[in-house]
Design a protein around this ligand. Structure first.
Ligand SMILES: Cc1ncc(COP(=O)(O)O)c(C=O)c1O
Length: 398
């Protein structure tokens, strides 16, 4: 049995009034590059620029602004993969309410630190969102209010304000809105408003392939899209989305990494895994139709260290980063000779590793590993062919 009911359009409109001056109206604009690469016009809704770095402030602030004086005195408890916790911590601090946030032990450091910096007590428990919810439910004390990330009427009304905003911002030619789905609160809130105000716009949900219950798949490991890695969606959100979503598609981590790279390099926006899933789906051609689509960039909270890894991975996949290993005779000048060939092909050397010991190497041999910045996959192929012609036996490393 669902524990909450759907908010009405009037309740979503009321939430928007409460959020006035709190949540930003984030921009919507077209991206020529993403349009070219997807083969259809693509617009972005940059909710990664929202206060606290994701759309979650909308639902969290609305919920906390509804607490009675007694409830405010007792404090709130929540469980979150990270963004909802940050948003609850921020809204609770503004309202002078004590907040305890349960997060998975493997939550990104940036999200844990931001939540603490807003003054909440952070408790790390288990792995993933579902474990954090179970731990929080066990520890919530009498009088404290549990603020669920999606199975809550007032939270859904807050997320629904994005639907109101989009109904005004989306230009008439936009046919499809692409939205990431975790527990389903974001998509359900948006759909409640948008399907009433702009019913002609199709809504396509995107899940990470490793965790896609809305696509009917069993969980299959970790994903870089931690914000949407929810194994058990809400009953209410599931019911609401059953007849409001036009499709649900999944994207792989490699596709998400490529989208993060592209959005960062070409659109100058930092997005986290969940935030890039919508763009990943469009780039992979997984969203049906050829008309204009708007991708919701739902959040931008990614650790700098994860961002480096993801960019490295994305660059390697795009053929912009090449790691090769070869062996040469251990004679003065051989390394310089190899580097000269690389320079002639206009590849830029990022790292050189030169191994002589501890390997399965002949006494007179040395192993050289090069990390190179390349133009694209074609450039990689040209360099590999050239080295082959020159007699080098080259292994390409992933
Ligand atoms: C960045 C981001 N995008 C999308 C979602 C999905 O929202 P929902 O769980 O309401 O489906 C989340 C949820 O935490 C998120 O943090």
């Amino acid at each position: 049995m669902a524990t909450a009911t759907a908010p009405t359009l009037a309740e979503i409109q009321e939430a928007r009034e409460r959020l006035d001056g709190v949540a930003r109206a984030t921009p919507v604009y077209p991206s020529e590059t993403l349009g070219r690469l997807s083969g259809r016009p693509v617009w972005l809704k940059a909710e990664n620029l929202q206060r606290t770095g994701s759309f979650k402030i909308r639902g969290a602030y609305n919920r906390i602004s509804h607490l009675t004086d007694t409830e405010r005195g007792a404090g709130v408890v929540t469980a979150s993969a990270g963004n909802h916790g940050q948003a609850v911590a921020w809204a609770a601090r503004e309202a002078g309410v004590r907040a305890t946030v349960f997060m998975p032990e493997d939550a990104p450091t940036a999200k844990i630190e931001a939540t603490r910096s807003y003054g909440a007590e952070v408790v790390l428990a288990g792995h993933g969102f579902d474990d954090a919810v179970a731990a929080a439910r066990e520890r919530v004390e009498a009088g404290e209010t549990f603020v669920h990330a999606f199975e809550d009427t007032v939270v859904l009304a807050g997320q629904g304000t994005l639907g109101l905003e989009l109904a005004e911002q989306l230009v008439p030619e936009i046919e499809t809105l692409v939205v990431p789905i975790g527990g389903g609160g974001l998509a359900a809130g948006i759909a409640l408003a948008l399907k009433e105000l702009r019913p002609e716009i199709g809504i396509v949900g995107v899940q990470a392939a490793a965790c896609a219950p809305f696509a009917g798949r069993a969980p299959a490991g970790n994903t870089i899209a931690d914000g949407i890695a929810v194994k058990t969606p809400g009953e209410l959100t599931r019911a609401l989305l059953a007849d409001r979503l036009d499709d649900v598609v999944t994207v792989t981590d490699a596709e998400i990494a490529g989208a993060i790279l592209l959005v960062s390099e070409r659109c100058k926006l930092t997005v986290e895994g969940a935030g890039a899933a919508s763009v990943a789906a469009l780039l992979a051609g997984k969203v049906e139709g050829s008309g204009a689509a708007c991708a919701l960039l739902s959040g931008g909270n990614i650790d700098a260290s994860s961002l480096i890894e993801v960019l490295r991975h994305g660059l390697t996949r795009a053929g912009r980063y090449l790691v090769i290993r070869t062996r040469v005779d251990d004679r003065p000048g051989n390394l310089a000779l190899l580097l000269a060939r690389v320079a002639e092909e206009r590849a830029n050397v990022l790292e050189v590793d030169h191994h002589r010991e501890g390997m399965d190497l002949p006494v007179t041999g040395t192993e050289i590993e090069l990390t190179l910045a390349m133009r694209d996959e074609e450039h990689c192929a040209e360099l590999l062919a050239r080295l082959d012609d020159e007699g080098y036996s080259v292994e390409r490393l992933q």
